[in-house]
Design a protein around this ligand. Structure first.
Ligand code: AP5
Length: 213
């Protein structure tokens, strides 16, 4: 089953995608991770994306759509999760065309619903490993040793866009562009939603049941 996982910044898309990869063998396509990887490797794509990301704005549709198109080209035989794509109506429509042209289907677009106060707590407390990308939280998922990744020993830091002023822009951008996609997928008939405010394992169980249905 191919799915889109969407929701506000901090809703838990990355956390749940990681579990779906580890436990159910999905392939994750995270546009945020692809951009961060490009920035780290100082590629042209990274150079184009960096300013938008640092300000908490969306990278232009033309850049994102081209990138996803390329990634999907190599994924014919895998079930995939699109994590953080689409975020605009133009991206959703482009995705529909890309999938159709490849004979692929999007079975579900799942919205992770989390109240704003909880999002703020999750984003301001999030820490990530600079080397392997593992995600932590200073309260709900701390590292065993302060500032050191449990998995690879890399340095665990705060993302540039998890500073409070940038978070405010990201949330506003989400409300204007991505929240309305609920209506789009309801019309398409493949919309589903999950209460993402519960503990990680409970959210995962709900997702698993949806994917079996
Ligand atoms: P991206 O990296 O996709 O950021 P985002 O959508 O803002 O999502 P986040 O990564 O912040 O949150 P998440 O939902 O994955 O939450 P997580 O699981 O980490 O994009 C970054 C930027 O790239 C964008 O701002 C934009 O500039 C650009 N970009 C990306 N895609 C684009 C697109 N399609 N178009 C244009 N531009 C694009 O969890 C957050 C924290 O909460 C963690 O600390 C975690 O441990 C904790 N947590 C998770 N689940 C729970 C739970 N159930 N209970 C308690 N804590 C939890």
């Amino acid at each position: 089953m191919n799915i889109v996982l969407f929701g506000a910044p901090g809703a838990g898309k990355g956390t749940q995608s990681t579990l779906l990869v580890e436990r159910l063998g999905y392939h994750q396509i995270s546009t945020g991770d692809l951009f961060r990887h490009a920035i780290k490797n100082k590629t042209e794509l990274g150079r184009q994306a960096q300013g938008f990301m640092d300000r908490g704005e969306l990278v232009p549709d033309s850049i994102v759509i081209g990138m996803v198109d390329e990634v999907l080209e190599n994924l014919k035989d895998h079930h995939f999760i699109l994590d953080g794509f689409p975020r605009t109506r133009a991206q959703a429509e482009a995705l529909g065309k890309i999938l159709q042209s490849r004979g692929l289907r999007l079975e579900k677009a799942i919205f992770l619903e989390v109240p704003k106060e909880e999002l703020l707590q999750r984003l301001t407390g999030r820490r990530v490993c600079q080397s392997c990308g593992a995600v932590y939280h200073i309260q709900s998922k701390p590292t065993r040793k302060d500032g050191i990744c449990d998995l690879c020993g890399g340095a665990v830091i705060q993302r540039n866009d998890d500073k409070e002023d940038v978070i405010a822009t990201r949330l506003r951008t989400y409300e204007e562009n991505t929240f309305p996609l609920r209506g789009y997928y309801k019309e398409m008939g493949n919309y589903a939603e999950v209460d993402g405010s519960r503990p990680t394992e409970a959210v995962f169980e709900s997702l698993k049941s949806l994917l079996k249905a």
